[in-house]
Design a protein around this ligand. Structure first.
Ligand code: C5P
Length: 205
């Protein structure tokens, strides 16, 4: 069983994907981490994330980089969003994601284009979303926990900018795939979002 989980940043898709993987005993790939690794590698190389050549070169990042705590930072998220617009970068990361999806027992993958590009053959396609306000508040709370004091308005603006880049890029834009089930987590906590996703998977399989 292949489960595709797509959605914008801070929608709860990562939590949902991880929870589904644990519930159904499937391996999980957070594909955003691959784009983050490319963004981080461009930075380490002193390259330009908007330059297709620099970004493509950075797809040769070492596997050890995937364990780097810097990958989770807002800065790296912004770099990831910039390198991910280059078709050559997306192409370079395709095989790795496809191989993960094709594992004999199945898999859960989360990202932006899983149901549209990486695994259009997925058995279950979920699109997890939430309002900018709900996502901004979640990010803000996360930052407070990490003792980072950022303005809520700044965070919302950053989220909106990332959405715009993901939705408007010509190659593999973020969109609801045909046949996908939309889960709006604006008014849900983690447990409710996961319960809704499990129910959706149970209904389809
Ligand atoms: O999901 P996460 O915030 O870690 O993703 C970082 C960035 O990587 C996103 O803003 C998006 O631009 C890009 N991405 C993508 N395709 C994916 C996963 C992530 O373009 N499948």
């Amino acid at each position: 069983m292949i489960i595709a989980v797509d959605g914008p940043t801070a929608s709860g898709k990562g939590t949902v994907a991880k929870g589904l993987a644990a519930h159904f005993g499937l391996p999980h790939l957070d594909t955003g981490l691959l784009y983050r690794a490319v963004g981080r590698q461009v930075f380490l190389d002193g390259g330009d994330p908007d330059d297709p050549g620099d970004a493509l070169a950075a797809t040769a990042f070492p596997d050890s980089l995937l364990g780097d705590p810097h990958l989770r930072s807002e800065e790296t998220g912004g770099l990831a969003s910039r390198v991910s617009v280059h078709p050559s970068v997306r192409q370079a990361l395709y095989r790795r994601q496809r191989a993960f999806a094709e594992q004999p027992g199945g898999a859960v993958l989360d990202g932006r284009d899983i149901a549209t590009v990486i695994a259009p053959d997925a058995d279950v396609k979920l699109f997890v979303t939430a309002s900018i306000q709900a996502r901004g508040m979640r990010r803000w709370l996360e930052m407070q926990e990490r003792e980072l004091d950022l303005e809520l308005r700044e965070i919302e603006a950053d989220i909106a900018a990332r959405d715009k880049r993901d939705i408007e890029r010509p190659d593999a834009p973020l969109r609801v795939a045909e046949g996908a089930i939309v889960i709006d987590t604006s008014a849900m906590d983690r447990d409710q979002a996961l319960a809704a996703a499990i129910a959706a998977v149970e209904k389809v399989r």
